[in-house]
Design a protein around this ligand. Sequence first.
Ligand SMILES: Cc1cn([C@H]2C[C@H](O)[C@@H](COP(=O)(O)OP(=O)(O)O[C@H]3O[C@H](C)C(=O)[C@H](O)[C@H]3O)O2)c(=O)[nH]c1=O
Length: 180
Amino acid sequence: MEFKRFAIEGLVEIIPRKFGDARGFFLESYSYKVFAAAGIEVTFVQDNQSLSQKGVLRGLHFQRPPHAQGKLVRVTSGSALDVVVDIRKDSPTYGQHQTCLLNTEQHNMFYVPPGFAHGFVALEDNTTFLYKCTDYYYPTSEGGIMWNDPALNIDWNIQEPLVSAKDAVLPKFADFDSPF
Ligand SMILES: Cc1cn([C@H]2C[C@H](O)[C@@H](COP(=O)(O)OP(=O)(O)O[C@H]3O[C@H](C)C(=O)[C@H](O)[C@H]3O)O2)c(=O)[nH]c1=O
């Protein structure tokens, strides 16, 4: 596994080693030992899966402390532009975002620690999005930021995505008081 870091502290892209042969391929998608050796020593307690058609946008979401979630995300079909916003108030990169293109060529993954709002847009039909979470789902702890807030300056590469009714009315960043 290859671990790549970003200018925004804590974010890591992971590229697994893929063993191809005449049958297809094999890869290890997660190893506590390997991730811990790379500095990602966390325990995942819940795995999630969603299916999205091209143009679906989910996010920007987070769970408030004490149920903030670290997430290890990847796609197993299709592709997605993953987007995270640093909402850690004492971070020098507060309000800045990072994108990561997830696809099934590299089978790359993106580790997003607690303290980020997370979302993605599906770039193809039948995009299967998997993520491991470091805490359980606590709906009363859920928060979000408006995906298309100009203050975030995120280029989603899509004009009119399909979003949930919930995601259509999330607060703007200016009206947002981060719990991190
Ligand atoms: C997140 C979640 C949802 N649900 C139920 C609640 C709803 O009845 C249904 C759909 O939930 P929602 O519309 O919030 O799903 P997404 O919009 O894909 O939310 C996710 O989108 C972005 C990309 C994220 O990073 C979050 O982890 C997560 O909030 O699944 C559960 O039962 N457990 C869960 O962990």
